[in-house]
Design a protein. Structure first.
Length: 345
């Protein structure tokens, strides 16, 4: 998967750069709308915010995600079976065993986070442990270990927080315009006032469009990462049905994941905010970080009895109707690494 990892890093860099450009452009427009000539100041503030947030996300993003999810670390004695499953998948993928956290919530779900494979963590809800079989749990853990192996977790943390910042700044400005009527502190002449009125309109348009564009960029890349993690998981476990069955149970569960929010929802194996799934079905998935569960399950069950990346890609093309390739031929030939253990009896 080394080639896939390099491709992921390149796409991640492009996405983060695109979001940074949106943030800077939004900062410039808001600064100029607030005070004539204040665009440079707004741009500088946006850049400072960006650099600070990247640093905070890089060094503390995973801790923030775990804290927001109310995840607590556990030891081997607390749940030996869970530790054994995670250790099996770590060995299968050739990665260090991640730290394991439990979220005391009855809704089944899980996510992985961390800066590197050496600092990675997996968080599992109590509901997942209670409602899934061992084979299904193994499929979920293989999916999360695949995210770690494919170097998705840092990107998802950085991009998720960056997206949140763009949304917050845009929302703050739009609320300010609503309450003040767009009035600025400037008392300049009529010509300047007319120019500033134009900038206020531009800033409002950007404040509306920037979060939408950022979301679409993020969602498009995130959906492909979910497919890739499913493909890797099927090869690690040699049992696609385990993950397929787990996805159906998680998506079909009626319990609400109380600790989830818009910042953490994209991290989970199944988006826990149900309206997103409904929107995904109506708008062909353009507004969802995850592919439709129906497609993911159909692909896994359409692997024609195999568990290789090649059989997954064939099933993916058949299910989605895509003519492009999900993975390069070199990635398929190299595979995930030594295959993992067979499903339990």
């Amino acid at each position: 998967m080394y080639e896939q990892i390099r491709a992921n890093r390149f796409k991640s860099s492009l996405l983060i750069s695109g979001m940074a450009a949106l943030l800077v452009l939004l900062g410039f427009a808001i600064g100029e709308a607030a005070t004539p000539g204040g665009g440079v100041g707004g741009l500088a503030v946006a850049l400072i915010i960006w650099f600070v947030l990247v640093a905070v996300s890089y060094f503390g993003g995973s801790n923030m995600m775990l804290a927001m999810s109310e995840a607590k670390p556990i030891e081997h004695k607390d749940n030996p079976q869970l530790f054994n499953v995670v250790e099996e998948m770590a060995i299968a993928s050739g990665l260090p065993v991640p730290k394991i956290y439990i979220i005391e919530d009855s809704a089944p779900n899980a996510f992985a986070t961390g800066r590197t494979p050496e600092t990675a963590c997996v968080a599992i809800t109590r509901g997942l442990l209670d409602k899934l079989s061992r084979d299904e749990l193994q499929g979920v853990m293989a999916h999360e270990m695949s995210h770690i192996q494919n170097r998705d977790i840092l990107f998802m943390t950085l991009a998720g927080i960056m997206l949140g910042v763009i949304v917050l700044i845009a929302d703050f400005y739009l609320r300010r315009v609503w309450w003040t009527g767009g009035r600025s502190r400037s008392r300049s002449g009529r010509n300047q006032g007319g120019a500033q009125a134009i900038m206020i309109v531009v800033a409002i348009v950007l404040a509306i469009l920037a979060p939408i564009i950022a979301r679409l960029l993020y969602f498009a890349v995130s959906r492909k990462r979910e497919y890739l993690a499913d493909a890797s998981a099927a090869e690690l476990t040699r049992y696609p049905e385990g993950l397929a069955s787990a996805l159906e149970k998680i998506a079909g569960d009626k319990e609400v994941l109380e600790v989830a929010n818009r910042a953490t929802a994209p991290m989970y194996i199944v988006n826990p905010i149900k309206p997103f799934e409904e929107r995904a079905r109506r708008f062909s998935g353009l507004t969802s970080t995850h592919p439709p569960i129906k497609d993911r399950v159909a692909i896994l069950r359409g692997m024609a009895g195999g568990y290789s990346l090649a059989t997954y890609q064939t099933a993916w093309q058949k299910t989605t109707g895509a003519r492009s390739h999900l993975m390069s031929q070199r990635t398929i030939q190299r595979g995930v690494r030594p295959a993992g253990p067979t499903p339990s009896a």
